[in-house]
Design a protein around this ligand. Structure first.
Ligand code: C5P
Length: 235
């Protein structure tokens, strides 16, 4: 096998949290640091791919040699990804996208005076992974202007019923691979340099992996996605 297994391929990665404004000074977000997605973007670059990283707000530096697009909200991330998806051969969505945003962003700072409680009405954000799954080119399209097959990988972070929930996401969002981690496992989840995951692919038994560094996990994921892509090309 070539030492640059992703040479000639465009890889699109999402990473980090999103921020959903409530007013000019406040926002809703989550604990994602972006480490897993950045590790994937760097490894894909090292494996020879042309990499685009769509990143929510993180403390991480933009990786050298990676086209990094910084976004804030889930809607921004959707816009950035949907504009680039068609060009991607392999897409990996590691971002922790906020599921909800405020229905109305208050134009002025929300004041506490006179209030004992505050109700916020939230509305759901677009699901970027589900959108990509429903727009994906699955195989080589004979005679098409754009015959390149696309491979899609999602992540799932769960606190219970890990495999069940992950299986459901794999099929509902039309992914070729889903990487599931349980937030309660030691060494898994946010802000760590390691992860403990189970890899799911359609039609195969879920494969639990042992604790590994995020860089090693990135290599493993990308190696497998490269094989899935090659198989689609050969079909
Ligand atoms: O359904 P759930 O949010 O748990 O799915 C997680 C996967 O979906 C991750 O790959 C995440 O990046 C992606 N996702 C997304 N857009 C959303 C919500 C999740 O791309 N609005």
């Amino acid at each position: 096998p070539s030492t640059l297994p992703l040479k000639g391929l465009n890889v699109l990665v999402t990473a980090g949290p999103t921020q959903e404004s409530l007013d000019p000074v406040r926002y809703l977000t989550n604990h994602s640091t972006g480490k897993m997605g950045y590790a994937i973007a760097e490894k894909a670059r090292d494996m020879g791919a042309a990499v685009t990283l769509v990143s929510g707000p993180t403390a991480l530096e933009a990786p050298e040699g990676v086209d990094t697009v910084r976004v804030t909200s889930a809607q921004d991330m959707f816009d950035a990804v949907s504009a680039r998806f068609e060009n991607a051969d392999i897409t990996i969505m590691a971002a922790a996208v906020g599921d909800f945003r405020a229905e109305n962003i208050h134009p002025q700072k929300i004041k506490k005076q006179g209030r004992d409680t505050l109700e916020l009405k939230l509305v759901s954000n677009p699901d970027i992974l589900a959108w990509a799954g429903s727009h994906k080119r699955d195989g080589v399209i004979a005679g098409s202007d754009d015959p390149r097959p696309q491979v899609l990988c999602g992540f799932a972070m769960e606190t219970e019923h890990l495999v069940e929930h992950a299986e459901q996401k794999l099929s509902e969002k039309h992914c070729d691979m889903l990487v599931a981690n349980n937030l309660n496992d030691r060494g898994a989840g946010f802000a760590t340099d390691t992860n403990v995951v189970t890899v799911l692919t359609p039609g195969a038994a879920p494969e639990p992996l042992t604790l590994m560094g995020k860089a090693d996990l990135a290599s493993l994921i990308l190696g497998r996605l490269a094989v899935i892509h090659a198989n689609k090309l050969a079909e």
